[in-house]
Design a protein around this ligand. Structure first.
Ligand SMILES: Nc1ncnc2c1ncn2[C@@H]1O[C@H](COP(=O)(O)OP(=O)(O)O)[C@@H](O)[C@H]1O
Ligand SMILES: [Mg+2]
Length: 278
């Protein structure tokens, strides 16, 4: 309702201010940084529209890129579409519009087994090990498309996770949550991926083990693997990542270096205050 002079009532002004403050519903108007970075990126998700059911889109024009060797973090509230984005990259959710590109090749909607052979590793949040199989058997499952390389890849993951090698004959189901996460990451590394997608690797772990997951993730990245990780532990994630994306309601809300996002008052107010535990 407007006043007789055609201006806004105090209530409307207040609402408009609140709306400005809370710009979560607005798409990022400027895609220029994304478009500029795209030609050289290893992984590109360009303007993705994707969802589980016909006519119901969860991702509504989502952009992401990861340069070779980068560690990219994705944070955002529950239900924002973070897992859906990883699943769309990995061929587990139908992409209706937009493109996924890996190393210059269009991989949109390719099946996960094809993506694994093309160098994409995925560690889902839940049920990411076979509990009745031993550690070694879990790793064999990870290498099933290239069993000849097993020994060499086993040595690589053993260099990252020595305790797993020592306990290779132990069933994965008998391991702690943190150790299982290491097995799941190792399994995804068995095919020598150029990029791994991690969905909340620190979820459900004690603070000490969470810390270890972040350290290990950084190590994997330092060993040359590009990493795209979704995390609920937003602050810790932004501390270790090169660049981060804040996803909200299936769209990019903020992007920047990890340090930029950690210091952005809007990101702090809307996304770090309640999410961050570290
Ligand atoms: N298998 C599914 N079928 C239908 N809707 C789903 C499915 N998985 C997730 N969703 C919906 O997609 C939205 C985003 O979920 P998700 O990507 O898991 O969010 P986040 O990982 O950011 O918490 C939610 O509204 C959720 O209910
Ligand atoms: Mg999720």
């Amino acid at each position: 309702m407007t006043n007789p002079a055609g201006g806004l009532t105090p209530g409307e002004v207040h609402n408009a201010e609140v709306e400005l403050e809370r710009d979560r519903d607005q798409p990022i108007p400027d895609r220029s940084a994304h478009l500029e970075a795209m030609p050289n990126a290893l992984v590109i998700a360009d303007n993705l529209v994707a969802g589980y059911l016909p006519g119901v889109n969860i991702l509504n024009g989502c952009d992401l890129y990861a340069n070779r060797g980068e560690l990219v973090g994705i944070i955002g509230p529950n239900g924002a579409g973070k897992s859906t984005l990883l699943k769309a990259l990995f061929g587990l959710v139908r992409v209706h519009e937009g493109q996924v590109i890996l190393d210059g090749q269009d991989i949109t909607n390719l099946k996960p087994n094809r993506l694994v052979s093309q160098g994409v590793g995925f560690v889902p949040q839940n049920n990411n090990v076979f509990p009745s199989l031993t550690i070694e058997e879990n790793l064999q499952m990870g290498a099933y498309q290239a069993p000849k390389n097993f020994a060499e890849r086993f040595d690589f993951v053993a260099s990252l996770f020595p305790t797993l090698a020592d306990r290779r004959k132990q069933p994965a189901g008998s391991l702690s949550g943190g150790e299982r996460q290491m097995v799941a990451m190792s399994r995804a590394l068995m095919m020598d991926p150029s990029v791994i997608l991690l969905d909340e690797p620190s979820a459900g772990l004690s603070p000490v083990l969470q810390d270890e997951v972040f350290v290990r993730t950084k190590q994997i990245n330092t060993a040359g693997v590009t990493v795209i990780m979704v995390e609920q532990n937003a602050r810790r994630c932004l501390q270790i990542c090169d660049r981060g994306y804040v996803l909200d309601q299936g769209k990019n809300a903020h992007t920047g270096t990890g340090a930029d996002l950690l210091n952005d008052p809007k990101v702090i107010q809307l996304y770090l205050g309640t999410l961050a535990k570290a």
